[in-house]
Design a protein around this ligand. Structure first.
Ligand SMILES: Nc1ncnc2c1ncn2[C@@H]1O[C@H](COP(=O)(O)OP(=O)(O)OP(=O)(O)O)[C@@H](O)[C@H]1O
Length: 472
């Protein structure tokens, strides 16, 4: 067994042993309902606390276990409802909080919920403001290529906010990260890019500047529909504003245009989104970024001076028409940059690309390439686990019938002896009905299962109960 022990210098007999799976640090999606043998699963916060306490009181040993050495024992999946939404597992985590899968219990729609805690929001600069803005913006948007905000729930007691959104199977960033050269086949890029432009056209038409277009904010549904998401730094233009002038920028540095990198105070909002869509297109089709830097300062300097990572002419090796489009979108001067209308008239945009290889599939989530519903196991557990827990107490119907017949014959014999009267009842039906009453009684008195309906046939009863039934 591969262990990695870290001992602190305290008296030898005073130590506590904590085992942590290797994957713990690597897998942010590890559900917190797993137990490692007898050692409780510790979350990061708990480890921090233990670390502090144990350092004060004794010696702490960290056993680092290989993930293969760990026997996972699935803990009971307790159904959790938030309003009418049944919670599933974690789909991802951003700086604002976790995103989990949910099921709308009224219409059985598969959805996603972004869970935000006030405590966390307060720690993020403009956190609360950004969320309020996102909610306000999304409530007024409805387009095939823009993520739909379906519901917003608050829990004042827990200081939590739940944003219920359309369910997506993953994002373009995950897709690119899983691809061999961190890039996608051009026909696949084409499919997504077109949808990005349609979504942006809708947003700009409604006076909304996204300001943070990047692969990580472009999600995909099961049917490969692209959804522009994460409106945390987006801006809605004033109703009567004469142009698209903006003054604040909080997007991701690598996707920012030169006017922002150079610190310009006001700029055209629409052209910011065009630039970052150009960087996205470059990234998806080449696996690289057009501008890079060892640090943030260098990166912004390179963008500001239009120091391309590689000469833009090299792009022509990929596809001449695609190169023309990228170069047109990455023009330093905003007024020279292509408009959404011009982009849609570009040759590459209008072309039907050659499908010459396999599409890059959405990578598996926690090993599940089909991305099956994670809510179903909670539902199954809610309805069936009671019976499963006590499976070893049950015999098959065949076993039962044989023992019932044997015992019932004994019963009849003893009744005959006691009363001297003849009994004509079918022995098995007698025992069945008596024992089934007992079974029902047992189930209702077991408390926790009061609401659950048994799916087991009534004749499946335990021998212990049957014995009890015979002697009473
Ligand atoms: N509607 C959704 N359906 C399915 N998964 C989602 C959905 N929204 C977000 N996710 C997943 O949750 C992750 C976190 O999303 P979120 O929008 O909170 O943060 P982010 O955009 O990744 O990061 P940040 O907010 O820090 O910029 C995403 O990377 C994605 O994998």
């Amino acid at each position: 067994m591969e262990t990695d022990e870290k001992k602190l210098n305290f008296p030898e007999n005073e130590y506590r042993e904590v085992s942590i799976c290797d994957d713990f640090y690597d897998d942010p999606y590890m559900p917190n309902d797993l137990e490692i043998n007898s050692v409780s699963w510790l979350n990061e916060e708990e480890i921090e606390t233990i670390d502090q306490n144990e350092i004060n009181h004794g010696c702490l040993v960290f056993n680092r276990l290989g993930s293969t050495d760990i026997i996972y024992q699935a803990k009971k999946k307790n159904v959790k409802m938030v309003g009418k939404y049944m919670m599933g597992d974690v789909l991802g985590e951003g700086s604002y909080g976790k995103v989990k899968e949910v099921l709308d219990s009224e219409n059985l729609c598969r959805l996603a919920v972004k869970i935000l805690t006030k405590r966390k929001l307060r720690r993020i600069p403009n956190g609360e403001q950004n969320v309020q803005r996102e909610i306000q913006l999304l409530r007024n948007l409805k387009h095939k290529n823009v993520i739909e905000l379906i519901d917003v729930l608050m829990n004042d007691e827990k200081q939590k906010m739940y944003l219920i959104m359309e369910y997506c199977v993953g994002g373009l960033q995950e897709l690119v990260d899983s691809a061999p050269e961190k890039k996608l086949p051009l026909f696949q890029v084409h499919k997504y890019f077109k949808q990005l432009i349609f979504g942006l056209e809708y947003l700009h038409g409604r006076g909304v500047i996204h300001k943070d277009i990047k692969p990580g904010n472009l999600l995909l549904t099961l049917d490969q529909t692209l959804k522009i998401s994460d409106f945390g730094v987006a801006e809605a233009l004033e109703m009567l504003s004469v142009d698209d002038t903006c003054s604040t920028a909080q997007g991701s540095p690598a996707f920012q245009p030169p006017e922002i990198a150079n610190g310009q105070e006001i700029f055209s909002g629409f052209k910011v989104d065009i630039w970052s869509s150009g960087v996205t297109l470059y990234n998806l089709s080449t696996g690289k970024y057009p501008f890079e830097g060892d640090n943030l300062y260098k990166l912004l300097e390179n963008i500001g001076k239009l120091n391309w990572r590689e000469p833009p002419e090299l792009l022509h090796n990929i596809d001449t028409h695609l190169a023309d489009l990228i170069i047109g979108m990455l023009q330093a001067e905003p007024y020279k940059r292509l408009t959404l209308q011009q982009i849609q008239n570009e040759v590459w945009f209008l072309s039907i690309p050659l499908i010459n290889c396999q599409e890059i599939p959405i990578p598996p989530l926690k090993g599940d390439k089909y991305r099956c519903s994670t809510v179903l196991p909670y539902l199954e557990s809610f309805h069936y686990d009671f019976e499963r827990d006590s499976d070893e107490m049950y015999y098959t119907e065949r076993d039962l019938n044989q023992s019932l017949i044997k015992q019932s014959v004994e019963n009849i014999d003893s009744i005959k002896l006691q009363s001297g009267s003849g009994v004509n009842e079918d022995p098995s039906s007698f025992s069945n009905s008596a024992s089934s009453q007992k079974t029902k009684k047992h189930k209702t008195s077991s408390g926790s299962s009061g609401k659950r309906r048994s799916k087991k046939p009534v004749s499946c009863i335990s021998v212990r109960k049957l014995t009890h039934c015979r002697t009473s």
